[in-house]
Design a protein around this ligand. Structure first.
Ligand code: 13P
Ligand code: ZN
Length: 285
């Protein structure tokens, strides 16, 4: 029994995220937008696997008004309540393929015991819609509870500007990985349409969004892009937290990168670094 690659990759990424401590119990959710080629061979690809393919009588589940340009797209998506520690053992139970309709979705394969897509489905649908407008190769949305980013948002009221600059200033490569910065939303109730809409707005100009006091989400062209963005941001948050703890000083009283250092990296990358022209934030620059 072999699954299509996008199932194996989902198994790997969910297990790796659990291993990192980012997806306790049912925490986190992932979706992947199938290519046209993958979508055209779902029935054949799942024949002889543990997945069920629903050839007929697919009911439309009404959830939200799906933006027109992503209606008809196929998403592999994790189930609400799925455990990333064990998802690999039963992907046919904990994931399914849905096709987006004008008002929601139809289940095409998977979810064999009747589970439903993640409670963050609003965010996943609206996030795919937002990123597809910016990048036609966009495919993956990942949400998890990356520990150091969550701690960071619990210590202080962080903003998109303050968190982006903090993370850039402690890990040279972080501005290379996310030169578009990291957006921050204030705390909101999870699983709501509102958090989905607010996230989608930020995704017009970022690939990474922090949900204060909850977690983070990333988007990318493949699973590795999404994982790597969070891995880098979480590593930088860890360094910043340790730096403050070890030194007993505020971040910018330490020997961190200055704005002029960061501007030099942007020059080499040929990108305009956000926030780097405001001299008031990093006092050393
Ligand atoms: P689900 O189990 O519904 O995916 O919810 C997990 C989560 O992290 C909600 O934000
Ligand atoms: Zn969550």
């Amino acid at each position: 029994m072999t699954y299509p690659d996008y199932i194996y990759e989902l198994c790997h990424v969910t297990y790796d995220m659990w291993n990192k401590g980012w997806d306790e119990y049912n925490g986190g959710n992932v979706s992947y937008r199938l290519t046209k080629e993958e979508a055209s061979s779902i029935e054949a690809d799942f024949a002889g696997t543990s997945y069920t393919y629903y050839a007929e009588n697919r009911k439309e589940v009404e959830v939200l008004d799906v933006p027109e340009h992503i209606q008809g797209e196929y998403l592999l998506i994790t189930a609400s309540g799925s455990h990333f520690r064990t998802l690999c053992l039963q992907p046919h139970v904990d994931t399914g393929i849905i096709q987006l309709t004008p008002k929601g979705y139809q289940v095409v394969a998977g979810f064999v015991t009747g589970k439903r897509p993640t409670s963050e489905i609003f965010m996943h649908v609206l996030a795919h819609a937002a990123r597809l407008k910016v990048d036609t190769n966009h495919r993956v949305v990942i949400h998890n509870h990356a520990t150091n980013i969550v701690i960071y948002s619990l210590l202080d009221e962080v903003t998109s500007e303050s968190l982006t600059l903090d993370l850039w200033s402690v890990l040279t490569e972080s501005i290379v990985v996310f030169h578009d910065g990291i957006a921050v939303l204030p705390w909101e109730v999870p699983g709501t349409k509102l958090i989905g809409e607010d996230t989608a707005r930020e995704l017009e100009t970022h690939r990474l969004v922090v949900w204060s006091k909850h977690g983070v989400l990333s988007t990318g062209r493949n699973y590795q892009d999404g994982f790597g963005l969070i891995e880098t941001a979480d590593k930088a948050a860890h360094i910043a937290l340790e730096l403050k703890r070890v030194s007993g000083k505020s971040l910018y009283e330490n020997n961190v990168l200055s704005k002029s250092d960061l501007k030099k990296v942007c020059d080499v990358l040929g990108v305009e670094g956000k926030y780097l022209n405001d001299e008031t934030i990093i006092s050393q620059s």
